[in-house]
Ligand binder design. Structure first.
Ligand code: SER
Length: 319
């Protein structure tokens, strides 16, 4: 992994992943790919090259891959689950036609490709607790349909053409840098912002709804470590369950109240997000990731909460 293209570099994962690889992988060039209207700014713009990289434009992708001799593509362009329910055709276009463009470029030019899957790739018939690596995947959301298809198409390109595709199934990701947009798990980020700002939090997810979650530093570590893993150890490829913590809204609120006792939470359940959440696992089994590439998260809920609150307090200058 030397010359890297991050597609979606200004999004929730991309903004931090681009900077992590630039900082931590010596001699790497990381091209920050973006779409017009989501231009990189500040450190992201100043610390390396940036190019318009729309997954729907195959010629543009091929041109960037050639010019920068890209060997690894992180394909982070996606509409998250709640938005994808409002715009299913656009979600298909970005997630599937976009992926096909990337895989074709990768096949022609010999790049490795990471296109994340998600807890959203599971559905109501999937075992909810300790969800196995290999199990039933019959999602009901468009987001989930595209994620299962992403896994299959990525494996297809590996088996048929030898394209080095690898990915993880991310849980809900919690970070203090860039906000997610339109996901079912976004509440677990927004509640921290409300707590630090002293605002009441209106929770769209019902009490008792468990979902897997992960702090962003662990998610970034997973994305980098998997692409650097020894391929001879990989039995699976697309995509590995990775887990770090599982909780429902009350447990998260209680943990935040240990630091900010004044946090107020009111439940106003969003039926679209709740239906999606109800169809997702409570907790995945990530033993294959642990066995095949030594996956191990660093943050549990208490450690993440300390870090999130400190970072947001610093940002909003409320200390
Ligand atoms: N965080 C995503 C969502 O909620 C799931 O991968 O849509």
């Amino acid at each position: 992994m030397k010359n890297v293209l991050v597609i979606g570099s200004t999004g929730q994962i991309g903004s931090e992943l681009t900077m992590k690889i630039r900082r931590e992988i010596p001699g790497s060039t990381v091209v920050a790919g973006y779409i017009p209207g989501a231009e990189p700014k500040g450190e992201l713009l100043e610390s390396g090259p940036a190019e318009v990289a729309d997954v729907r434009n195959a010629t543009q992708l091929a041109d960037i891959v050639s010019r920068y001799r890209i060997d690894t593509v992180y394909n982070l362009a996606a509409l998250l689950s709640a938005v994808a329910e409002r715009k299913p055709l656009m979600a298909w276009d970005i997630q599937m036609n976009g992926l096909l463009n990337i895989l074709e470029v990768a096949r022609e030019k010999g790049c490795a490709v990471f296109t994340p899957s998600s807890i959203g790739s599971f559905g109501p018939e999937t075992p909810r607790v300790n969800t196995p690596q290999d199990t039933i995947q019959r999602p009901r959301s468009m987001y989930g349909v595209t994620k299962v298809a992403t896994e299959l198409l990525s494996d297809y390109y590996f088996h048929k053409y030898g394209v080095d595709t690898r990915a993880v199934r991310f849980p809900g990701l919690i970070s203090n840098v860039t906000l997610p947009g339109g996901g079912t798990t976004d509440y677990a980020v927004e509640i921290y912002y409300a707590a630090v700002k002293g605002e009441e939090f209106v929770c769209p997810i019902a009490p008792g709804t468990y979902m897997d979650m992960m702090y962003m530093p662990d998610a970034l570590k997973a994305a980098v470590d998997l692409m650097q893993a020894d391929p001879s150890r990989l039995i699976h490829r697309n995509a590995f369950n990775v887990a770090a913590m599982s909780f429902e809204p009350e447990t998260l609120a209680a943990e935040i109240r240990r630091h900010i006792p004044s946090l107020r939470v009111r439940y106003e359940v969003d039926p679209v997000r709740q239906a999606i959440a109800n169809s997702w696992p409570d907790k995945m089994d990530d033993s294959c990731a642990r066995a095949e590439w030594d996956w191990c998260p660093s943050y549990d809920l208490p450690a993440m909460t300390v870090d999130m609150i400190a970072a947001l307090k610093k940002r909003f200058d409320t200390e």
